[in-house]
Ligand binder design. Structure first.
Ligand SMILES: [Zn+2]
Length: 170
């Protein structure tokens, strides 16, 4: 399955974490939002992000393998097109990116955003209401994946790709 996902990441303490070639980056205690996508095997990709032990490959691997960080919520959409940069641009209108994080292969300033808790409603409105992402808690995602899959129907965001609907953050 192809798709785009956003992860709400909890950083439990202020810390400096080495992120591959980006070097040591300062993370604040609080929430971060990461936007990514995968062509084929997106379920496996997200499950990989939820595992602590793994070979560190993406910037995100370094962050999530660090002590005191973890994914709390997953927003997920099945899509043929890669929507990560588009969604990232929308999110960048309200949140501040961590420069260069997750955006080595594109022109975005970053795909990881500092995510103040009081922006939760606004970001969820963008993802869930406007772009029809499904949201899962970490535990739900693992449970559903283990049973019968996510049951996400393709075309749930057809209107959006057809240019209908409002793509701006309200
Ligand atoms: Zn991008």
């Amino acid at each position: 399955m192809n798709g785009t996902y956003c992860l709400k990441i909890n950083c439990k303490k202020n810390s400096k974490i080495p992120i591959g070639r980006l070097g040591r980056i300062e993370f604040k205690k609080g929430w971060y939002l990461y936007i990514g996508s995968a062509s084929g095997g997106i379920e496996a990709r997200v499950l990989r992000h939820l595992r602590k032990r793994k070979k560190l490959f993406w910037h995100l691997d370094h962050l999530l393998a660090a002590e005191g960080t973890g994914v709390e919520k997953i927003y997920f959409i099945q899509s043929e097109k890669r929507l990560e940069c588009f969604i990232s641009k929308m999110v960048s209108l309200v949140l501040k990116p961590v420069k260069g994080f997750g955006s080595s292969d594109c022109r975005c300033r970053g795909h990881l955003y500092l995510f103040p808790e009081d922006h939760l409603a606004r970001v969820e409105d963008l993802l869930i209401n406007k772009h029809r992402f499904k949201s899962f808690s970490n535990r739900d995602f693992i449970q559903k994946m283990g049973k019968k899959g996510l049951e996400i129907k393709p075309g749930a965001h057809r209107d959006f790709l057809a240019g209908k609907g409002n793509n701006k953050i309200g």
